[in-house]
Design a protein around this ligand. Structure first.
Ligand code: GAL
Length: 644
């Protein structure tokens, strides 16, 4: 794993760059990301009047210290002259207001004119710097979708959406049928009558909304591909990545990643806390360490998105500026987060940002240096990390017996019609992930198209509509499969399957879901024998299979057919942990109980133990520790070599 940092030479006087580069190098940094918001300095006044000299000097300065550069395309921030000249490049919100200039991500993915401008500047940049020896990778744009910017209700979006529908459906009748438009007289006579799904009196047709989500997702992918095609042509041999976000499912990341070499992501464990955890007691437990499973969930997810290649492009080094509250990490966490990333196969761990900026929006966001260039606290932890990585060595292989299939479309289907206010589809998958990780196992998070044969246990958590390919792989799979509630419950056109849920999954387990109920927070119900507590969601099943247990109103709980397990309720954390432990045992997977904030990662012959707190932990292994020791305070890490 290489160490990196995000750097903005355009924010600092040029005479300071050599000293910055020297200090980066001295700290152990070898990768520097630059340029992703610099359009107004690259093309300040007018179209095609480029100023590349400063960027050239910056890259040369970094290269003089042997630092590799990840060059960002600046398309997240179209400059003022361009916005004024072509206002239609701006995105339009649901109320029909054009997004204003003055921050970032104000463009509309569907604007052809904007795509032309992006083609122009990306081509020029790639021609100029694509073969520079320092430029080892490119980042397309920055955080697609940040600040709710995937969807736009512009005129261009409308035109493109109609075209997208035309290409997807043979005729308007077919579309009407597929969407069920006979309901409430929503039928269209022509494709040109189709509106964007906004502004209606009450709930819009979920099929219409799903189609618009898929369309918007495709727009991101084609916008990204426009850039990757140019970069590949003019900058051969360089990796191309995008920096995805945490807790974010507003477009299908797999589609975009098909044109990338690496999925990188931006990890702000304390910033994410309010989104990761609804429960204030849990938030209090982990407000200085982050949720023990949030970072690793995303490492595992993005490894899947990147077909095995994952970077952390931005990592929180101290308090950030954008969350509801911005606490300082517990001492040790900068090192701990980095070692977790390492043990989850991150190729690069890069902090955001080199130096805290004394002006503009992010002046309260810490960096590795204070605004006056003295070191902030993260630097010492990074020095420790450099020595740790030296001790641990780099040749390890991460093996996983367990895979969770993650499906962006399924996530979206549940968001469009949640059916219960407290059913958050992403949190549900994360809860399943936590329950498994609490048994000390490594987990892969994979797309539906993955070969399942290497795994002993596969979990379908949000696969709401099952594609034929996945069904085929499940039929051939010889390990154990857990199917969670709601899986298989919709067709790809957002309808209830003819055979009732779980639809085509009935080919691997003979059950029919004949009723579902969502439950308010106060209405948990406990199964009689296993004492598992169902909350939020419960399904009544008809089957020839005897359930493993019953609730007191006679509804069955948990159905098993050969190696296929159907979980028909959401469970509280303790019950879910117990349920998952049982299935890990069924699949013959070794487990180790991890209590509270203790977590394990297995990496080749090494085991890592991380204590996310709040209490100290004593490890029960008579091991020789490479790092740390048996008594781990919150924020500490131990690493040992497993007996062979
Ligand atoms: C990210 C973004 C960066 C910076 C950072 C602050 O979402 O990519 O540009 O804004 O957050 O934490």
């Amino acid at each position: 794993m290489k160490l990196g940092v995000c750097y903005y030479p355009e924010h600092w006087p040029e005479h300071t760059w050599p000293e910055d580069a020297r200090r980066m190098k001295a700290l152990g940094i070898s990768v520097v990301r630059i340029g992703e918001f610099a359009w107004s300095r690259l093309e300040p006044d007018n179209r095609n009047q480029f100023q590349f000299e400063w960027l050239n000097n910056a890259i040369d300065t970094l290269w003089a210290e042997g630092l590799e550069v990840v060059l960002g395309t600046p398309t997240a921030t179209p400059p003022k002259w361009l916005v004024d000249e072509i206002p239609s490049i701006l995105a339009v919100d649901e109320q029909g207001h054009q997004r204003g200039f003055g921050s970032r991500r104000h463009y509309c993915f569907s604007s052809q004119e904007y795509r032309t401008e992006c083609t122009r500047i990306v081509t020029k940049l790639a021609q100029q710097f694509g073969k520079h020896p320092a430029v080892n990778a490119w980042q397309t744009d920055n955080e697609y979708g940040c600040h709710s910017t995937i969807v736009s209700y512009s005129h261009d979006a409308l035109t493109s959406f109609r075209l997208w529908c035309r290409q997807r459906y043979d005729s308007i009748d077919q579309l009407n049928n597929a969407w069920g438009n006979v309901f409430w007289s929503m039928e269209y006579r022509h494709f040109d009558e189709i509106d964007l799904p906004c502004g209606a009196v009450t709930e819009l047709n979920p099929a219409h909304r799903l189609a618009f989500w898929k369309f918007s997702s495709d727009q991101v992918a084609s916008f990204n591909k426009l850039q990757t095609d140019i970069l590949r042509e003019h900058s051969p041999g360089r990796d191309i990545l995008h920096n995805y976000m945490g807790n974010f499912t507003e477009f299908d990341h797999y589609t975009t990643a098909a044109d990338l070499d690496i999925a990188s992501w931006d990890n702000y464990p304390l910033g994410f806390l309010d989104r990761d955890l609804a429960d204030p007691i849990d938030q209090q437990k982990w407000f200085r360490t982050g949720h023990p499973d949030s970072s690793t969930f995303h490492h595992d997810l993005y490894r899947g998105v990147g077909r095995g290649r994952m970077w952390v492009m931005e990592q929180q080094p101290g308090p950030v500026n954008w969350a509801p509250h911005n606490p300082a990490p517990l001492p040790g966490m900068v090192r701990l987060w980095a070692l977790e990333a390492f043990a989850h196969d991150a190729e690069v761990m890069s902090w955001f940002r080199w130096r805290q900026l004394p002006f503009a929006q992010e002046q309260m966001h810490t960096g590795l240096l204070l605004p006056d260039s003295t070191e902030d606290t993260a630097c010492n932890e990074i020095r420790q990390l450099v020595s740790d990585l030296d001790t641990i060595g780099h040749d390890h292989q991460r093996l996983c017996d367990v895979a969770i299939v993650f499906d962006y479309t399924g996530d979206q289907i549940c968001r469009i019609q949640p059916q219960g206010q407290n059913f958050d589809p992403l949190q549900w998958v994360m809860q399943i992930y936590t329950a498994l990780r609490q048994s000390g196992v490594n987990i892969d998070i994979v797309p539906a198209g993955t070969d399942l044969s290497p795994y002993k246990l596969v979990v379908l958590a949000n696969s709401i509509s099952i594609e034929d390919g996945l069904l085929k792989r499940l039929k051939e799979f010889t390990g154990h499969t857990i199917i969670g509630p709601r899986c298989g419950s919709k067709t790809e056109e957002y309808a209830i399957p003819d055979s009732l849920p779980p639809g085509n999954l009935q080919q691997i387990i003979p059950i029919r879901v004949t009723r579902v109920e969502s439950l308010p927070g106060f209405a948990a119900t406990t199964s009689l024998r296993l004492a598992h507590t169902a909350n939020r969601w419960r399904e009544r099943i008809e089957s020839t299979i005897e359930p493993a247990d019953f609730f007191d109103d006679g509804w069955g709980y948990y159905y098993r057919h050969n190696n296929v397990h159907y979980l028909n309720s959401c469970l509280d954390p303790m019950s879910l942990k117990d349920f998952m432990l049982g299935r890990l045992q069924d699949a013959g997977i070794n487990t180790i109980d991890c209590t509270e904030g203790l977590r394990l990662s297995h990496y080749g012959s090494l085991t890592f133990a991380f204590n996310y707190g709040p209490a100290p932990q004593t490890l029960q292994y008579s091991a020789e520790y490479l790092l740390g020791q048996a008594n781990l305070a919150a924020g500490e890490v131990a690493v040992w070599c497993n007996a062979s």
